[in-house]
Design a protein around this ligand. Structure first.
Ligand code: R5P
Length: 296
């Protein structure tokens, strides 16, 4: 198989360049701009003819803009003769809408899959996808890699938190907390969460956990409004946890989420560069490069 070329998308330029550097491959020169009315413009400034290309483009907010940019790049790559197009989408937008929760709803991730396939994407690589259902609904070759070990190692080695208790704020994150606990080494647990489908309000059921006097790290795939972390924090503080941190792969941190989480008594929030933010201190470039090596 020939070497591949990396296309750093406008949403993940730095991450894309890091991935290309780690792989020792060319980063395709691109020109991106916005027209005055907000439409996206994409131009390839080096050839991709006959190549396998990996487009690194996370689809954090504004999701629709980042998705459209991804489609423009993929479609143009194929049009310019690329042999195979891999979309590396660390944060996969719309994955939470992976089923019809209420009658008549869009199954949004399925539509995203259709758009990507129609744009010539042959394979998708994502990080800590929200659910297996979401990946299946894409209806294409899709690989999910996890940043949780990398995050847990950072918490253990750089933050000195080896021995912390790993907590999943809901059942969906249980696998992540269990995985993190293998690095942190001192147990894991989970809470039962309910979110109103109408108001979005989060409620976490009281549950006795062995956290009194201990340091706890809440692990989740993403932090969006912060509602989930804040609700879990309340339970943990009531049960006497001494310090509580929150770690996630995708720190979306919409609006004032970070401020509100810290004001609720959280000792620190850590995320990856899947989504650029003030807390994106852990890089997933190595993880993505390792996965892409399979394409050589
Ligand atoms: C939901 O199941 C996810 O895993 C996260 O827990 C959730 O999306 C976080 O959102 P928020 O920060 O708005 O509570």
């Amino acid at each position: 198989m020939s070497a591949l070329k990396v296309i750093p998308g406008p949403a993940s330029r730095e991450l894309g360049l890091k991935v290309a550097e780690k792989l020792g491959v060319e980063a395709v020169k691109m020109e991106y701009k916005l027209f005055p009315d907000g439409e996206s413009y994409v131009r390839f400034d080096s050839s991709v003819e006959g190549e396998t290309v990996a487009i690194v483009q996370s689809t954090y907010p504004p999701q629709d803009k980042h998705l459209m940019e991804l489609c423009l790049i993929a479609d143009t790559a194929k049009d310019l003769g690329a042999k195979r197009v891999i979309a590396v989408v660390p944060y996969l937008a719309y994955a939470r809408q992976d089923k019809r929760f209420l009658p008549g709803e869009a199954i949004s991730i399925r539509t995203v899959g259709r758009l990507l396939r129609a744009s010539g994407v042959d394979k998708l690589i994502t990080v800590d996808a929200h659910s297996d259902e979401a990946l299946k609904a894409l209806n294409m070759e899709a690989v999910n890699v996890s940043a949780i070990d990398t995050l847990a190692r950072y918490m253990a080695d750089e933050k000195g938190l080896r021995g912390a208790f790993a907590l999943a704020p809901d059942r969906g994150a249980l696998e992540l907390a269990e995985r993190a606990s293998r690095t942190l080494g001192d147990g894991f647990g989970w809470l039962q969460k309910e979110r109103s489908r109408i108001t979005g309000e989060v409620k976490v059921e009281e549950k006795t956990l062995d956290v009194s006097g201990r340091t706890v790290i809440i692990f989740d795939d993403m932090i969006s409004t912060g509602g989930t972390v804040i609700a879990a924090l309340e339970v943990l503080k009531k049960q006497g946890a001494s310090r509580v941190y929150a770690a996630c792969t995708h720190p979306l941190l919409v609006r004032d989420a970070l401020k509100r989480i810290l004001a609720s008594g959280c000792d620190g929030v850590i995320g990856t560069d899947s989504v650029p933010s003030p807390v994106s201190v852990v890089s997933i470039a190595g993880l993505l490069a390792r996965e892409l090596r399979n394409e050589f």
